[in-house]
Design a binder for this molecule. Sequence first.
Ligand code: FMN
Length: 165
Amino acid sequence: MKKKGIETHVVVSESAKTVMKYESDNFEESMKRIESSSDKIYAENDIAASIASGSFKVDGMIVAPCSMKTLSAIANGYSDNLVSRAADVQLKQQRKLVLVPRESPLNAIHLENMLKLSRIGVWIIPPMLCYYTKPKSVEDMTDNVVGRVLDAFEVEHNLYKRWEK
Ligand SMILES: Cc1cc2nc3c(=O)[nH]c(=O)nc-3n(C[C@H](O)[C@H](O)[C@H](O)COP(=O)(O)O)c2cc1C
């Protein structure tokens, strides 16, 4: 996004930081990369941030990954932190909202929340494995998911090879 001159405002929830500590090789390094590639970074409890208001103009929002807790908060209008509030703002302003829900298996509540949001135009892009692109690494598979998210915003990229026959 930064390379393309697209301004980004980022919130990393406290739970996301906990998860990153388990899932990344170097948490500090990962946080630095996020900070250096974002125009603004906010704490999850900063509910007075610009992105918490509909009067602040943005093209939309991506929640990636989206926990089942945040999915539920968004589906039910329960804006208890900056992530769910900013997502709620996208819905009320009828802007683009993309969720990358991550859970397996999915229970009926997760599915109902996704269906509810999909019916009002929210993009649900789960991080699915894609085999026809012949991925060689975890990075290739991740790029595929990121590419599909960027497609939702019509951002040009070559993160995966498009299907051609
Ligand atoms: C290592 C780890 C992995 C997790 N993975 C998931 C996940 O894939 N999906 C999910 O819904 N919750 C997952 N959780 C639980 C969430 O982090 C937890 O529900 C949290 O409250 C979500 O908060 P947030 O949406 O504000 O980030 C995970 C927790 C840990 C510690």
